[in-house]
Ligand binder design. Structure first.
Ligand code: C2E
Ligand code: MG
Ligand code: MG
Ligand code: MG
Length: 294
């Protein structure tokens, strides 16, 4: 018995030691990334990839989500899941986020069709004093109409300082920019967030659709969020659409929009056939004339 106890202690001791060594290495890797992130803009290592979003009922393109891509000079592609949290911690996300916003507006203004572009905002950016001016300047310099810009924000952004967050959201909306709540269902106080903030769209986190084919509970959650959207009169977009089966489910449940690998991976720019589709749809169904401006 004495021997067994000794061994257990020994094992625990070694594990703790191993764990700490691992932590040290992870911390060092994070420091390297934090450092390299500061050089990424001047070195031209960032680019944006756009993922198409479509209407579930008509499959017409409704917009694109801009996703940041980082090609590190030495390490190659680094995932945003890895470097965004580090950039948030170091504060570098302020400059990076501004680059993303300006670049997305500039590129979207050049597209063949006036599609909406959705840009991810970090909670850190939301609390930054100058956000409203950064958004205003990005629109002004690119010439992109405010109504074509949507900002995606996760629920965690609203936890820290509700009053301030609300104030900033109202200012953004006053510009004509719309706000989507991203990864809905994975944060906490979801219902409270919906109740307190003026959202224009709910994006259901992709984990629910992923499990919808096998899990009765996940399907029930998708259905519940869609019902919520309907009663609040807020359109719902499902993330992570990967199969025709999932599309059938979304159609059956009356989901408004979706995006996912089923319709395409994020790409450097909208595909030419997307513009051709939109042009064909316009020919088939001419829109009422709009009064000329300017
Ligand atoms: P997100 O905003 O929820 O973006 C959706 C993520 O899901 C993207 O990953 C996209 O490539 C991926 N995705 C799209 N369709 C599918 C699908 O059918 N199946 C699966 N499994 N995945 C799909 P990505 O580009 O790696 O970005 C990850 C996260 O990093 C984003 O999640 C967002 O939170 C953050 N992020 C990306 N770009 C930016 C940015 O410019 N600013 C900020 N603050 N965050 C960003
Ligand atoms: Mg997003
Ligand atoms: Mg999301
Ligand atoms: Mg996400």
């Amino acid at each position: 018995a004495d021997l067994a106890m000794y061994r257990a202690k020994d094992t625990v001791g070694r594990q703790i030691c191993y764990y700490e060594q691992g932590m040290d290495e992870a911390a060092r890797a994070r420091r390297v990334i934090a450092n390299d992130l500061r050089e990424a803009i001047p070195r031209g290592e960032f680019s944006l990839a756009y993922q198409v979003q479509r209407s579930v009922s008509t499959e017409a393109v409704t917009g694109y989500e801009a996703l940041l891509r980082w090609r590190h000079a030495r390490d190659g592609w680094v995932s945003p899941e890895e470097f965004i949290p580090i950039a948030e911690e170091s504060g570098e996300i302020i400059r990076i986020g501004e680059w993303v916003l300006r670049t997305a507006c500039k590129e979207a203004a050049q597209w063949e069709q006036p599609w909406r572009v959705a840009v991810n905002l970090s909670a850190v950016q939301l609390m930054h004093v100058d956000l409203i001016n950064i958004v205003r300047l990005a629109l002004l310099d690119s010439g992109l109409p405010a109504t074509r810009l949507e900002l995606e924000i996760t629920e965690t952004a609203f936890v820290a300082d509700k009053q301030r967050a609300l104030h900033i959201l109202r200012q953004i909306k006053a510009l004509g920019v719309s706000i989507a709540i991203d990864d809905f269902g994975t944060g906490y106080s979801s219902l409270d967030t919906l109740n307190s903030f003026p959202f224009d769209k709910i994006k259901i986190d992709r984990s629910f659709l992923l499990e919808s084919e096998t899990s009765h509970q996940a399907r029930a959650i998708v259905r519940a969020v869609l019902a919520l959207g309907r009663s609040l009169e807020v359109p719902v977009l499902a993330e992570g659409l990967e199969s025709a089966e999932q599309l059938r489910l979304l159609r059956h449940e009356g989901c408004d929009e979706a995006q996912g690998y089923f319709w395409g991976r994020p790409m450097p720019r909208p595909l030419p056939h997307h513009a051709a589709e939109a042009a064909a749809a316009e020919r088939a169904e001419p829109r009422p004339p709009i009064a000329a401006v300017g």
